[in-house]
Write a protein that binds this ligand. Structure first.
Ligand code: ARG
Length: 575
């Protein structure tokens, strides 16, 4: 249940009974200062002003009806604002509903939508680097969350497996009479040499362009080389996804090459519709109302003079495909903010061409860059991109050091497992917990800290919950309907926060912002820690309180585990 929605609906009814026209909405906020109440209602004052009534007397009228609700414990009016506390018995009932539900109280959506998520999308012939981190892990978390609420999710890894880079590579291999090396890092080196030659040797550049077109025409020997390079790169990437606990496999790879056969017809169609024009042999789509710096009209090129297609041409075809084959209702792009203008242009083109219905939502969920301590792009000392594999290994080594410092006699097997979960959790959480729109600074010390908004802080709290439950050695299944008694505010505030879960999750479903889940998990962990430190849980005589408290611990552990899972982070049972 979405608690805020439920409470708002009920309060809205009281407002109508108090004579407020139904167009006035309830604005419900959690109280920052808990001494005033659990929730505050805003909106009464503005309604009173517009209705020309005294705010306090209007609030009094509303309160008269609200008092009849069983979820209200205490209610006060302060300068027209209504604050209220929730009734403990009512909360207790809600909590039992959560414990007994597979989705932790979340009501799944009734009509699942087909949602395509375009993420990770590395380029071929290169190792993935830090630039692919955000798209890969934010996309992965969104896939988990959208599936959890019941949507039909289509994962789409739009790899850069077509285009000029292959012409350059094939030309270089032929020119050097070289065979393909099976090591991706060597292919990348070769590609760099080839690129250098491409930019300095015009004859070689011509040859490379010739091979792009040859590949496009499905020349057998070109296709063979192409396939080998794609396979070597992707096999490397699949291993990386596995290591990162990212749910992408070969089934989800739909690279740029997938859409090649659709392109000739699309270009013809765009010309027929008058959307694309032929300008001295180049086919382009002028963008209305957009000018470049020199004041010239801008256009998106979709076919070069030599017949080659471009990144944009593929994206146009790709959207059409996603609608035709998957009947997509929404397509989410986890692509960095530098491609904002580009994607907007593509979205306009496919709408103008009527390749998709107007209600299909194309959403660019962009993100900022990863920076170093000096606010510069996070790169190696030589200014090169940092490889993702290197970054992950470093996180694991750092976690190993932390663990062995804490426990020098830790067994090797355990150390290996734990350090992976902690290291990868740290990198992912540091990224996911930031609002994706902004750049963020990569900081090893902060992300591996045991205190503060980090994965380790939450993973550690989970360990505590598990150890408490083990020590208690009580089968909580025998107490599923046992009504929790709230003795201290520590456990009560935690229970109230549990009820926000559904609201947070659906906010993320709409906006693509997993940092909201991180913030919520962090708040749960902070409240759990103060509950743990201030309240007796196991060493308490009164059995009713003991079971009540253990149920809160149990629910905390369920939420932490589910929450971390939805972020793509593993829990730890023991440290
Ligand atoms: N391969 C591209 C890059 O590395 C990202 C692709 C994003 N997705 C898309 N449909 N254009 O920049």
């Amino acid at each position: 249940m979405n608690i805020k929605k439920f409470l708002s609906n009920q309060i809205h009814k009281s407002m109508i009974k108090a004579g407020i026209p139904s167009k006035y909405n309830v604005v419900l906020r959690s109280c920052k200062k808990k001494k005033f109440g659990d929730y505050q209602i805003n909106g009464i004052i503005s309604a009173a002003i517009q209705l020309k009534i005294d705010p306090n007397s209007l609030a009094k009228k509303v309160v008269k009806y609200m008092k009849l609700y069983n979820f209200i414990y205490k209610i006060t009016i302060l300068k027209g604002y209504i604050n209220f506390f929730l009734e403990k018995k009512w909360i207790s009932k809600q909590i039992n509903l959560l414990i007994n539900s597979k989705t932790l109280g979340l009501t799944k959506i009734c009509i699942p939508k087909n949602i395509v998520v375009d993420y990770s999308s590395p380029n071929i012939a290169k190792e993935m680097h830090v630039g692919h981190l955000r798209s890969t892990i934010i996309g992965d978390s969104m896939v988990r969350i959208l599936s959890f609420v019941g949507h039909n999710v289509i994962k789409s890894n739009h790899i850069g497996d077509w285009g000029t880079q292959f012409g350059i590579l094939i030309a270089f291999l032929k020119f050097k009479k070289k065979k393909i090396d099976f090591l991706l890092s060597n292919i990348e080196k070769l590609y760099k040499q080839a690129q250098l030659k491409y930019s300095t040797d015009t004859n070689f550049a011509k040859l490379a362009k010739y091979y792009v077109v040859k590949l496009q025409q499905k020349d057998k020997s070109c296709l063979k080389i192409w396939k080998k390079i794609v396979n070597i790169t992707m096999n490397y990437n699949y291993k990386l996804y596995e290591k990162l606990n990212v749910k992408l496999t070969s089934k989800d790879t739909m690279g740029e090459s997938t859409y090649q056969d659709m392109i000739p017809d699309i270009i013809k169609d765009l010309k027929n519709k008058g959307i694309a024009i032929n300008h001295n042999g180049t086919i382009m789509i002028p963008i209305k109302g957009v000018q470049n710096k020199k004041g010239k009209l801008m256009a998106v090129i979709i076919q070069k003079k030599n017949g080659a297609y471009l990144y944009a041409t593929v994206d146009i075809a790709c959207i059409k495909y996603r609608y035709d084959f998957f009947k997509a209702d929404r397509i989410l792009y986890y692509v960095d903010s530098r491609q904002k203008q580009y994607l907007n242009q593509i979205f306009k083109i496919v709408h103008n061409a009527k390749y998709i219905p107007s209600n299909l939502k194309l959403e660019h969920h962009m993100f900022g860059m990863v920076l170093n301590k000096n606010n510069k792009p996070f790169k190696t000392r030589e200014g090169k991109n940092i490889k993702l594999n290197y970054l992950i290994d470093k996180a694991i080594i750092k976690s190993k050091n932390i663990l062995t410092k804490k426990n020098p006699s830790i067994k090797n097997k355990i150390l290996t497992k734990l350090s992976q979960k902690i290291g990868i959790g740290a990198i992912k959480y540091a990224d996911l917990s930031k609002n994706r729109i902004n750049n963020y600074i990569f900081n090893w010390d902060k992300m591996l800290s045991l205190n503060g908004n980090t994965a380790l802080y939450i993973q550690y709290a989970y360990v505590r919950t598990i150890s408490l439950l083990k020590k208690a050695n009580i089968n909580l299944n025998n107490f599923l309907n046992f009504k929790i008694k709230f003795i201290s505010h520590h456990e009560f505030n935690l229970a109230v926060l549990f009820l926000d879960f559904e609201e947070i999750i659906f906010d993320i479903v709409n906006k693509g912002t997993p940092h909201l889940l991180c913030n919520w998990l962090y708040k749960i962990t902070v409240l759990f820690s103060s509950f743990y430190e201030n309240c007796k849980i196991l060493n308490i005589e009164n059995n009713l309180i003991k079971i009540s408290r253990l149920k809160i611990v149990f629910l905390t552990s369920l939420f932490l585990k589910k929450g971390l899972y939805l972020l793509g982070i593993d829990v730890i049972e023991k440290i």
